[in-house]
Ligand binder design. Sequence first.
Ligand code: ZN
Length: 63
Amino acid sequence: MLRQLGRLISCKDASRAISQMQDGSVPLPLYLRIRLHLLWCEACKRFEQQMRFLHQAMRRYRQ
Ligand SMILES: [Zn+2]
């Protein structure tokens, strides 16, 4: 059931939304679908971790 919900979003959409998530500009329903997608999709999970790492590194650099 959860897996089916997660699959409503494609990896392409997921990765685009993941990069938007770093700016906090993603509506909650989309955010929840991404989180579900990340539960089963290893590739996007890795991508999300990388984006988060990059974003944190960038923020540290700016301060
Ligand atoms: Zn994916």
